[in-house]
Design a protein around this ligand. Structure first.
Ligand SMILES: NC(=O)c1ccc[n+]([C@@H]2O[C@H](COP(=O)([O-])OP(=O)(O)OC[C@H]3O[C@@H](n4cnc5c(N)ncnc54)[C@H](OP(=O)(O)O)[C@@H]3O)[C@@H](O)[C@H]2O)c1
Length: 382
């Protein structure tokens, strides 16, 4: 019986993690749940799962959780994941705020199943160094990285020539470029294949999501930037392809459903029946692939650029993107301003060695600089 803490339990991945665990009651016990500020949903989950230990980054001011042991703020989540009885920590919070809890889990030797890609984008070096130092296991939940991880099992990883991550292309794959400035929030939230949280759905529309995943893949699989490529694959059936030195390509395919990669991380290296619908290629018909266009997806270009520069530059990319997506969802900036703002702040950044302190400081600086940039010129639209 493995004891699990789920950070981000009130979100899309968190809830799907609980669904996976519910199907495997003899293997897992949920001993802790954490979220950002939704105390009511957390309370309902605690009652349903009989969990006593709860964490919230922004704790409620009323006494709604007074009967529980409540872990407050980022420090609280760090304490929650480090509790001695915990075996596995699922990290599925919606942003870089998950960095410190992830590091604490790794330092305490917990197995970390990581969904929050922002953690590796902003602090990849610190995270991977910490995992190595503490001999802690870090497994990906992101579907492309799970696919790649599955495609390297039993292989010589130094003989990987190339990793291809696929992207659906999002809702604006064929939209005329000269109409991008009119894109509304509702349109950006219409993902063609996946049902996900709002932030990652907007990231998929700008394709920043794939850019973040390129950086995530570099850290997870220790690859050169030149080895990680992106192909648009609108059907979202092939999640990742690994090409080896002999030219052979091993790909992972499945219907787009995050419960499969979540379960794979939790029961690795086993493969248990998920009860999910199976892929029937004859029903899918054609699988198509195309090269992404940087003009259509400037965020993907910026992500590659930030990775090329390295140091704390990807931290800036991530921080400004988190802020810009929130402002877009609040209808305070337009869709095309997301990339513009990220680029403007990246241009002002002098990257340094990405120590934990530097990453935290850079994250603060980047958000502040982005807000100053917006205050100084446009593009706030309301
Ligand atoms: N959804 C997917 O299919 C999918 C696939 C691959 C990777 N991921 C990654 O998994 C992570 C979670 O995605 P999701 O779709 O599950 O998100 P989501 O549905 O929006 O859930 C976000 C979770 O994080 C919390 N949260 C809210 N505001 C936050 C903030 N400012 N910073 C950090 N956490 C915040 C929420 O807590 P409250 O409810 O208390 O606000 C909730 O528990 C993201 O990093 C995403 O890129 C998601």
């Amino acid at each position: 019986m493995k004891r699990i803490v789920v950070l981000g339990s009130t979100g899309s991945i968190g809830r799907q993690t609980l669904e996976v665990v519910q199907r495997l009651p003899h293997r897992f016990e949920v001993v802790g749940l954490g979220a950002y500020r939704d105390a009511q949903s957390l309370l309902e989950q605690a009652q349903e799962w009989g969990v006593r230990h709860l964490g919230l980054i922004v704790p409620p001011e009323n006494g709604i959780l007074s009967e529980y042991r409540l872990y407050r703020g980022v420090e609280g989540l760090c304490e929650l994941v480090s509790r001695p009885e915990v075996d596995i920590v699922v990290v599925a919070l919606g942003g870089v705020v998950a960095l410190q809890p992830t590091l604490h889990a790794l330092r305490a030797g917990k197995m970390v199943a990581l969904s929050t890609k922002e953690v590796l984008v902003a602090g990849g070096k610190v995270v991977m160094d910490t995992a190595r130092q503490h001999r802690a296991t870090l497994l990906p939940i992101d579907s492309e990285h799970s696919g790649a991880f599955q495609a390297i099992q039993g292989e010589q990883t130094h003989q990987i020539a190339r990793l291809v991550l696929t992207a659906s292309g999002g809702p604006f794959r064929t939209r005329p470029l000269d109409t991008f400035h009119t894109i509304q929030v509702e349109e950006a939230l219409q993902h063609p294949n996946w049902n996900m949280g709002a932030k990652i759905t907007v990231d998929s529309a700008t394709m920043m999501n794939k850019g973040l995943e390129v950086i995530e893949a570099q850290w997870l699989f220790n690859l050169d930037l030149s080895q990680v490529e992106v192909l648009i694959h609108p059907q979202s059936i092939v999640h990742a392809l690994v090409e080896y030195d002999d030219g052979s390509v091993i790909a992972q395919l499945s219907l787009p459903d995050m419960r499969l990669p979540i379960q794979y991380a939790l029961v690795y290296p086993e493969r248990l029946n998920t009860g999910l619908p199976r892929l029937r290629l004859e029903q899918v018909g054609a699988l198509t692939f195309e090269t992404p266009d940087f003009q259509r997806y400037p965020c993907l270009r910026l992500a590659y650029e930030s990775a090329r520069v390295g140091g704390t530059m990807p931290t800036v990319l991530n921080a400004v993107n988190e802020l810009a997506v929130r402002l877009f969802l609040e209808r305070r900036i337009g869709f095309t301003h997301i990339a513009e703002l990220v680029e403007a702040v990246m241009e002002r950044h002098e990257p340094t060695e990405p120590t934990l302190e530097a990453v935290l400081e850079t994250d603060r600086w980047a958000r502040q600089t982005a807000l100053q940039t917006l205050g100084g010129s446009q593009p706030i639209i309301s």
